[in-house]
Design a binder for this molecule. Structure first.
Ligand code: HEM
Length: 265
């Protein structure tokens, strides 16, 4: 996605270079690992340990299932980890929001173990995550190929055009978000997403339409659970050694890491 290295990799991907050999070896290893998990499940199904949910077995081949597993793992792990890392950085910078989030956790759960009902009540933490996803959307842009001539406003896109829907640009547009667009201000989501975006489809961290992220609710729940556990145990701030450098390497990551100082509570 807009990364020249990705393009050069594609055009030279058949050459037996050192890195291509490594890419191939890693792909082979991952395929073997996922296949191992699938084989185990197939074995269990044969033994009748897993009840088949769908009567017939048409549709996906084993290779398709391997690809789906890889997509789920990659799409789910990397992105949610990114959301949490940027949340830690921003809450390390904005102690007032960290305190508000911790206050909410204590109010909702007290000493109780986090449960699904409680997680769904976390309004402040939800606002914080939305604001983090606005400022640092893990998926910065979505590539699309236009299949038939398409007119959008006064632009005509011929079939075969490659476009990128730029999440980052849309999330940083002052015409949509206002003068404080560059600031971390979770309050803007206090009345929900549609109020914050004035009803426009300009907040798209999980994409939209038929290809919208299938794991979005799971991701938010998982991230909430993790943050609750961190906030209960630690207070944290940014280390002076932290260098702010958002960097696009498939997802948006802090290039030099997230240097944080944690204090046990
Ligand atoms: C903060 C976390 C996440 C973010 C920001 C995110 C973002 C996205 C975005 C933007 C898309 C649409 C891509 C496109 O239209 O080209 C997408 C698709 C997808 N996501 Fe997520 N995702 C997250 C978590 C997850 C999790 C936890 C899972 C699975 C457990 C997951 C599984 C998928 C899958 C399978 C698709 C493809 C759906 C399809 O094409 O039909 N994602 N995600």
């Amino acid at each position: 996605m807009g990364n020249p290295r990705t393009i050069s990799l594609r055009t030279t991907s058949f050459l037996p270079t050192k890195s291509n050999k490594r890419i191939k070896a890693i792909a082979h290893e991952i395929k073997g690992l996922v296949k191992g998990i699938i084989d185990k499940r197939v074995e269990q199904m044969k033994k009748g340990e897993i009840i088949k949910q769908h009567g017939h077995n048409k549709g996906l081949s084993i290779d398709d299932v391997i690809e789906e597993c890889k997509l789920f793992y990659f799409a789910g792990q990397e992105t949610t980890a990114n959301l949490l890392v940027w949340t830690m950085i921003l809450l390390g910078q904005h102690k007032n929001w960290q305190d508000r989030a911790r206050g909410e956790v204590l109010k909702v759960f007290g000493d109780r173990k986090p449960d699904i009902d409680g997680l769904n009540q976390l309004k402040v933490i939800n606002m914080i995550f939305l604001e983090v996803l606005r400022l640092y959307p893990p998926v910065a842009g979505m590539p699309r190929m236009i299949h038939k001539d398409t007119k959008i406003g006064n632009i005509t896109l011929p079939a075969g055009t490659f476009i990128v829907l730029h999440t980052m640009l849309s999330h940083h547009d002052p015409d949509i978000w206002g003068e404080d667009v560059k600031e971390f201000n979770p309050e803007r989501f206090s009345q929900g997403v549609s109020k914050a975006t004035k009803g426009q489809t300009s907040f798209i961290p999980f994409g939209g339409g038929p290809r919208v992220c299938i794991g979005q609710n799971f991701a938010m729940l998982e991230a909430k659970m993790t943050l609750v556990m961190i906030l209960r145990r630690f207070s944290f701030e940014l280390s002076p050694s932290y260098t702010h450098a958002p960097y696009l390497i498939i997802t948006v990551q802090p290039q030099f890491g997230a240097h944080l100082v944690l204090h046990k509570i």
